[in-house]
Ligand binder design. Sequence first.
Ligand code: DGP
Length: 111
Amino acid sequence: MCLFCKIAAGEIPSDKVYEDEHILAFRDINPQAPVHILVIPKIHLASADEIDEASAPEVARIFTALPSIARQAGLTNGYRIITNVGEDGCQSVRHLHFHLLGGKKLSEKMD
Ligand code: DGP
C-alpha cells in the first residue's frame, strides 16, 4: 500500500481537515505556505496522468469539496491548487494529490 493509501486508511496518522467516503484532506507535513493542505482520492491513482472516465468522478468530488475546504481553512482572499505529475513535475508521492496553498500572497512564478 502506498503512503497516501495508508493515510487514507488511517494506518498512518494525519492532521485531517476534511474526510468523506471518497476523499481526504489533511495538512502537508512540510508546509510551503501558511495554509498547505493535500486533498486526495481514497482510491489509488498514481497521478493526474491516470485520470480517465472511470476515475473522473473521484476527481470531481475533490473539486466539489475544495471551495468549502478552502473556506474552512480561512482562505477568503484566494488560493492556489497544484498537482505535480511524474519526474519532471517533481511528484514525490505517487498517489494523486492536490496541493491547496494559501494564507499569503503567493509567488507569481509557477515553476
Ligand atoms: P509532491 O511533491 O507533489 O508529491 O508532494 C508530496 C507532499 O506530501 C509533500 O509536500 C510532502 C507531503 N508529505 C509526504 N509525506 C507525508 C506524510 O507522511 N504526511 C503528510 N501529512 N504529508 C506528507
